[in-house]
Design a protein around this ligand. Structure first.
Ligand SMILES: Cc1ncc(COP(=O)(O)O)c(C=O)c1O
Length: 389
């Protein structure tokens, strides 16, 4: 493919999905800014975002926060304390602030190794549980559900261990056709720049537990709600009205965005699963494996396992040169436990340096073949050049 043609294709894709609702966001933002009602207390938009997010997730209610990290820290502060020392099982792949949140709550993180779908299954979590384990955090990553969530939920419920779903990356993702975030005691979502609801920074906690909701609001800074007994004081973790005004149109658009992304995601899956060097593709094509099915993903990414870190590094380099958004967890990546200071190491089951995922852009259907050509060329798997690992 010639360079001019490549440039034309790359001029058109929309990777920052939040721009698709820019006009609606600006209308709401103008309203908020003009009204001067900027505070979460007294404003309408934060409350509306909380209500709409809870309804979308099938949860009783939600509390909007400054980030998913703030949400997780607040949630851990508000869970009933147990006899110390408490241990919290967290996944090997999530984000560096997750172990920090656990440590700041006075608990000790224990790392559950990831499988090839990037999440731990019950088999990885069970051996880590003991009488000191009070919480397990499970993350739904890369716009896909953690496939063993139901089993993990059931087993933990039997043992009286609290499950928190880290859905920071999970907007628009489903499991058994229901949005992720409906199984744990609480679920945390992020609205950071790269998420499907993107406000720069922001987060939300969804739960069915009314007492916990009151505690989250009070401890998180709502001075109109009495602090619960034994609360360690009142902080400020709140989302602003401006942030909520930016989030609302994106939440409304979420299902349509998913439907827009899915056709190109399907084509990318088809292309990648026919590439000899690609060992496996995530999500899987429709009907191949129930919980990793493309239908359950939010449509935004396709991941591949490649034979060696060198191969993945080279493909990532090609994608970078072509301007195709992707994630390759190379050295020092803050998503990986091996790069978290102060957390115990774990024996990994997979070498994440062999994984990379490609972001699905919003792109006119007439441009899909050209985009797929670009990906083929990045993998150097077309007829004109092949590169071995
Ligand atoms: C899995 C996971 N958990 C938690 C977070 C923290 O989210 P935030 O940036 O909103 O604090 C992230 C951020 O990307 C994440 O990917």
């Amino acid at each position: 493919m010639d360079t001019a043609a490549q440039t034309r294709v790359l001029d058109e894709p929309v990777y920052q999905y939040s721009t698709l609702t820019a006009a609606d966001q600006l209308e709401l933002l103008t309203k908020v800014v003009s009204s001067g009602a900027l505070g979460a207390i007294g404003g309408d938009h934060v409350r509306e975002f909380e209500r709409q997010a809870a309804a979308h997730l099938g949860r009783h209610d939600a509390v909007a926060t400054a980030s998913a990290t703030a949400a997780l820290e607040l949630l851990l502060r508000c869970l009933p304390p147990h006899e110390p020392p408490e241990r919290v099982v967290i996944p090997e792949i999530c984000w560096i602030s997750v172990p920090t949140a656990v440590l700041r709550s006075g608990r000790t993180p224990v790392i559950a190794p990831a499988t090839s779908d990037l999440t731990p299954h019950w088999e990885q979590i069970e051996p880590l549980l003991d009488e000191r384990t009070t919480v397990v955090i499970l993350a739904h990553l890369r716009g896909r559900p953690a496939p063993d969530t139901q089993r993990i939920t059931d087993e933990l419920a039997q043992r009286g261990v609290t499950l928190i779903e880290d859905c920071a990356q999970g907007w628009g993702t489903t499991l058994d056709k229901q949005p992720v975030g409906g199984r744990g005691v609480a679920a945390v979502f992020s609205t950071e720049t790269h998420k499907l609801v993107a406000t720069g920074e922001g987060g939300i906690i969804a739960t069915d537990d009314s007492q916990l909701l009151d505690a989250l609001r009070a401890v998180g800074g709502n001075t109109r709600i009495a602090l619960p007994e034994n609360a360690g004081g009142r902080g400020n973790d709140r989302m602003s009205e401006i942030t909520a005004a930016s989030a609302l149109p994106q939440l409304t658009y979420l299902n349509a965005l998913r439907q827009t992304l899915r056709p190109l995601q399907d084509k990318l899956i088809d292309l990648l699963q026919d590439v000899p060097e690609v060992r496996s593709v995530l999500p899987t094509a429709i009907g191949k494996s129930p919980n990793l099915d493309a239908e359950e993903s939010n449509g935004s990414l396709v991941g591949v396992w490649l034979p060696t870190p060198g191969h993945a590094n080279r493909v990532a380099d090609h994608l970078f040169r072509l301007g195709v958004r992707h994630w390759w967890p190379g050295p020092g990546d803050p998503h990986l436990a091996m790069n978290w200071p102060g957390t115990p190491s774990t024996a990994s089951l997979v070498d994440m340096a062999c994984y990379l995922d490609i972001q699905v852009p919003v792109l006119d259907e007439s441009r899909h073949p050209a985009f797929l050509d670009l990906i083929r060329s990045a993998l150097r798997l077309d007829n004109h050049g092949s590169e071995s690992a």
